[in-house]
Design a protein around this ligand. Structure first.
Ligand SMILES: Cc1cc2nc3c(=O)[nH]c(=O)nc-3n(C[C@H](O)[C@H](O)[C@H](O)COP(=O)(O)O)c2cc1C
Length: 410
């Protein structure tokens, strides 16, 4: 008889015991100062989630170096030792509620702006991202070694700050993803594209070993990847399978599977596009000039909108299902989970081991409790308006705009 799994009972990721299989996926908090030091709002965001029975929290992307920071002005950082004491207060608080917390480590590579990194972004390609349009310089061997060191140092700082593990952000087109894809990796050295698999995995390979060697082999190292993208070549299924096989051989502690790159950002999130917010807050498109707005609108409509994929429930679940046939490492599916029934369906049918959510927790931090209390189904109030996504560029704290007061303040 097939044993059906319940999302609301405990399960393990590496050495961590989670009280349920519902994870908060990495979500930019907008709650750090301009140097990446977390503030009181960062603290309260995580306290509230932990208090409300989330199985495990993954923080928003945290930069491992100044040059690796993203364009969002209030991104958290874990690049310096003196940040440890600030994060320690947060992890201590979260642990009171028996909730593990993982820090997501990120380097933006070409997906950023020079005005934030203060020097020309570096990447495994010299090609611009069509969204950021900042021309990167090709990363040198010495700079690759520095990136490895920075990921390792950041993981050790996170461990010292009481985080229960780290997640390497190797999806959404960020630096580790740039190395994986042949479209964005022109390096001819050992960090280039492997001929037999068609993907570039050496950087991940070395970073993983460095973290495990320095933080201890049982310190959980998770990874977030994109199951496919909208760049030129096919990634799914052949290259996807190769990537999962590699992660399986390395024994990452969990694999979270999302979609896409920031070239077509809305395909990561899916749902509504709000051009008004983009013109008001986005540093790339911000303009008062009516003529420029017209040109931008035409560009967005011609180049970006035709590639948009609409929202559908559980839109990345097929990647998790395929990964589970290749590996026994815990798989986390993210993207479009909006109800108790959907989560129960995905987990009880073993299509994924865990689910993770971002927007429903912005909208209702007590979403897990509401599902636990509901006798039958409970549906998220999130309508995928994506205002929370576009407002990441504004310098304000990440919040839900279905709330009238927040909406009026836009
Ligand atoms: C406001 C906002 C900020 C996000 N920040 C991050 C981030 O820092 N790192 C990351 O990997 N994904 C980030 N994401 C993507 C989510 O983790 C998730 O992959 C995506 O939103 C789809 O899940 P959902 O349908 O549950 O929102 C963010 C999403 C939102 C809405």
């Amino acid at each position: 008889m097939k044993v059906r799994t319940n999302p609301f009972i405990e399960a393990k990721i590496g050495k961590l015991l989670l009280k349920n299989r519902i994870v908060r996926s990495a979500t930019y908090e907008g709650a750090s100062d301009k140097n990446g030091y977390p503030n009181q709002k960062y603290f309260s965001t995580y306290k509230t989630l932990a208090k409300n029975n989330v199985g495990m929290i993954i923080t928003g992307f945290s930069f491992v170096s100044r040059i690796g920071r993203a364009m969002q002005p209030c991104q958290a950082g874990i690049d310096l030792k003196d940040k440890i004491k600030f994060y320690r207060q947060i992890t201590d608080e979260v642990h009171k509620y028996n909730c593990p917390i993982i820090m997501q480590l990120a380097h933006s590579g070409r997906q950023t702006l020079k005005s934030e990194t203060l020097s020309t972004p570096k990447s495994s390609t010299t090609k611009r991202s069509i969204y950021f349009r900042e021309k990167p310089k090709l990363i040198s061997q010495n700079e690759i070694e520095l990136v490895i060191e920075q990921f390792k140092n950041s993981a050790c700082f996170a461990e010292e700050a009481g985080f229960d593990g780290v997640q390497l952000h190797a999806g959404h087109g960020y630096l580790l993803h740039q190395f994986i894809l042949p479209e964005t990796n022109i390096l001819g050295n050992e960090f280039g594209i492997d001929k037999s698999t068609g993907i570039g995995i050496k950087l991940l390979d070395v970073i993983f070993d460095h973290i495990k060697d320095n933080c201890g082999s049982s310190f959980p190292v998770l990874i977030k990847i994109s199951g496919d993208h909208n760049l030129s070549n096919n990634f799914y299924p052949a290259k996807f399978d190769s990537l999962i096989k590699f992660l399986d051989e390395k024994q990452f502690d969990a694999i979270e599977i999302s979609y896409g790159t920031m070239d077509y950002p809305l395909n990561i999130f899916r749902g509504d596009l709000d051009v008004k917010i983009i013109f008001k807050y986005n540093p790339i498109f911000k303009t008062e000039n009516k003529f420029k707005r017209k040109i931008y609108k035409t560009l967005i409509n011609k180049l970006i909108v035709p590639k948009f994929i609409g929202f559908s429930p559980m839109y990345n679940l097929h990647f998790a299902e395929r990964a589970k046939k290749i590996t026994s490492i815990p798989v986390i599916s993210v993207g479009g989970f909006r109800s108790k029934q959907e989560i129960e369906f995905a987990i009880s049918n073993k299509l994924t081991d865990f689910v993770s959510l971002a927007r429903p927790f912005i909208c209702e931090p007590d979403f897990v409790n509401k599902m636990l209390q509901a006798e039958d189904d409970y549906k998220s109030k999130c309508k995928n308006c994506n205002k929370c996504v576009f407002m990441c560029d504004s310098g304000r704290v990440t919040t839900c705009y279905s709330n009238t007061k927040n909406l009026q303040a836009l």
